[in-house]
Design a binder for this molecule. Structure first.
Ligand SMILES: [Zn+2]
Length: 195
């Protein structure tokens, strides 16, 4: 997960503000789940399956794995001839994984990170061409979009949710819930957290 030292000072607070802002723009309460597909639509970004790349079944299996359990590749962002951003993602991943993959790619776009793809590079090695700072930012903002700090505090207190319930309610993996609990520092503020 993201290494703190790659994040610029103030970025975490900024990420929380961005996440709350998008919830408001989509007419959601601060504590409601934000769907990555809805956010992409709102930002006028197309989300597609890698089938459009013209890969055959065997290549798709290699790229995405052939079951929900296989880890496979996550997602990438491309720019089309109209200069429009397109996200191509692993449609075979679990719902929680699809959400975090999408949020991660959206975070890169929201932060206006530049992708530099060297000539002749083919899938799936594509996705590595952001630098470490940009990756750390996308990691943090992506996770904040899924589970903003304020929302997480609400869920753990007023909402009376266990980590498992938060995971289900916000389509986030348990690993993501734990990551957010640790990275937001809310453990200091909330004494008892149910698994
Ligand atoms: Zn990334």
């Amino acid at each position: 997960m993201a290494k703190k030292n790659y994040l610029k000072r103030g970025f975490k607070a900024k990420a929380e503000r961005i996440s709350n802002k998008f919830r408001a723009e989509l007419g959601l309460e601060f504590n409601q789940p934000l769907c990555g597909f809805e956010l992409a639509k709102h930002l006028n970004i197309e989300v597609m399956s890698p089938e459009i790349l013209g890969l055959d079944n065997q290549q798709l299996d290699v790229l995405m794995g052939n079951s929900k359990e296989s880890s496979g590749w996550s997602a990438l962002t491309m720019t089309n001839y109209n200069d429009k951003k397109i996200i191509i993602h692993n449609t075979r991943a679990s719902e929680a994984r699809q959400q975090s993959d999408l949020m991660h790619e959206l975070a890169h776009i929201i932060c206006e990170h530049e992708i530099v793809v060297p000539k002749g590079v083919v899938l799936p090695s594509y996705m590595r061409y952001y630098d470490r700072n940009q990756e750390a930012e996308a990691e943090y903002l992506g996770s904040a979009l899924q589970l903003p700090r304020e929302c997480l505090v609400w869920a753990l207190t007023t909402g009376n949710m266990s980590k498992k319930e938060i995971s289900t309610n916000y389509s986030a993996s348990l690993q993501m819930v734990n990551y957010r609990i640790n990275t937001t520092g809310i453990r200091k503020q909330i004494k008892y957290i149910r698994a």
